[in-house]
Design a binder for this molecule. Structure first.
Ligand code: SF4
Length: 436
């Protein structure tokens, strides 16, 4: 009987969840490549492929997506369409014993800090000398730069500290070395991420060091844009605003999840800030950095959220006119502080409030975009899609914010390049423009 010759072992990485998970997958791929293993990201599978799913365990929807993905590949394994299946990331960190029982057709489940063990199971060894090196899954011209792991904040609704542990800052020299390596690879935009960005340095330097880090990153040759994500409002280090002013590469952009504006809920959420202080902080941002784009995320349907609280939030959004805004529907997460509260807002009401806020924001975004018609924007071209180049201004982060569309007929630019674009039209979220 003719036996099928075993093909070359290949490893396919599937990434779910947030940009921090993307970086973890990229680090894993860099390690596997350095061990001469063939690895790729979210590609085709075959009977010689081992699949690693990097899961998300944040809230209901994300957890369900992770479980569905594990089941999908567990079925593929049963049918011999893949060789082996491994699971890592936040869902696995949080629910390992349950997953091992419920979906046993997986070689092994790993936590969020088990990279060396995962590599060993994949037939590779952890190479310490590779710190800061990884295989990008994003287009080369932008990269996420994770400056810390874990979180020390006590937010009542959040399970992230359960899955990612205590806040651990990366030493500054390691981050600079990583940024220089990325710049040599052609990266022009660094998107700084952490669970809580503004806490950077407090654990290892006994002082908030984000501003110092920005000044150092600003000197890295080849980098044009540095973007800030996941800032925290309470105790916001004001020297960051000075660094944003002084550093020409730091985008006039800040992502700062505020979650809510009702004092009662901010207290119950253990956010450590009041509504007045929140409003003052935004005023200070706009005074110190004129034209800054502010992105925030809000939670709707948190336990005890009344119509009055919801009206407060709507008024806040209308008053502030955020440039970019995202919303989450409250998810009652076991082992969080809020889990002891009664999840008393009906799912249908949560959904209605999410829709109403997004409709309100659509109107605000549309009006703000109209004001950009006739202006010339510096745009980073991300991709060519059909007849259009698609890019972003310094006020837009990949995946979550607005885009600029440039008709490619008769106009030429390159993906990964910056181009000056005169805005000729505007939609609720996206802008349309011409090469200048
Ligand atoms: S800052 Fe709060 S919401 Fe963000 S990861 Fe930490 S605990 Fe969760």
């Amino acid at each position: 009987m003719k036996t099928k010759k075993a093909g070359k072992k290949r490893i396919n990485i599937i990434t779910l969840g947030c940009s921090k998970n993307i970086v973890d997958s990229e680090v894993l791929m860099g390690q596997l490549k350095a061990n001469n293993l063939e690895v790729y990201h979210e590609g085709k599978i075959d009977e010689n492929t081992s699949v690693v799913i990097n899961t998300c365990g944040f809230i209901d929807n994300a957890k369900q997506e992770s479980i569905d993905t594990i089941l999908e590949y567990s079925k593929a394994k049963e049918e011999g369409r893949i060789a082996k299946l491994y699971v890592t990331g936040c869902l696995s960190e949080r629910y390992k014993p349950d997953l091992e029982k419920e979906i046993p057709n997986v070689e092994e489940y790993f936590g969020t800090r088990d990279l060396p063990q995962l590599l060993k199971s994949l037939g590779a060894e952890y190479k310490h000398e590779l710190i800061g090196e990884r295989t990008l899954t994003t287009p080369n011209h932008f990269a996420y730069l994770k400056i810390a792991e874990g979180c020390d904040r006590p937010c009542s609704f959040c399970a992230i500290p359960i899955m990612r542990g205590k806040h651990i800052s990366k030493p500054m020299e390691e981050i600079i070395k990583e940024a220089q390596g990325l710049a040599r690879q052609g990266t022009k935009e660094l998107i700084l991420i952490a669970q809580e960005l503004t806490y950077y340095g407090f654990d290892i330097y006994r002082k908030r060091k984000l501003a110092d880090l920005l000044r150092k990153l600003n000197e890295v040759e080849g980098i044009d844009w540095i973007r800030l994500h996941y800032a925290y409002p309470a105790g916001f280090p004001m020297d960051v605003l000075d660094a944003m002013k002084d550093c020409d590469k730091v985008c006039n952009y800040i992502d700062i999840p505020l979650q809510h504006i009702s004092d009662k809920l901010l207290k119950s959420m253990r956010r450590g800030i009041t509504a007045d202080k929140t409003r003052d902080l935004i005023k200070t941002f706009r005074k110190q950095i004129p034209g800054i784009a502010i992105r925030t995320t809000l939670i709707l349907g948190y336990p005890g959220e009344t119509n009055e609280d919801f009206e407060l939030l709507k008024k806040f959004i209308t008053d502030v006119q955020f440039d970019r805004l995202g919303v989450f529907q409250y998810s009652h997460e076991e082992n969080t502080h809020a889990f002891q509260l009664t999840d008393d807002v009906p799912e249908s009401v949560k959904e209605e409030r999410v829709e109403e806020i997004m409709e309100l924001q659509r109107g605000i975004s549309g009006k703000l975009n109209q004001l950009k018609i006739g202006s010339t924007q510096k745009v980073l071209i991300d991709r060519l899609e059909g007849d259009y180049y698609i890019g972003r201004t310094e006020h837009d982060s990949p995946e979550v914010d607005n885009e600029v569309m440039i008709n490619a007929n008769g106009q030429y630019t390159r993906v990964g390049d910056f181009a000056n674009i005169r805005i000729t039209a505007a939609e609720d979220y996206d802008l349309i423009g011409k090469l200048v």
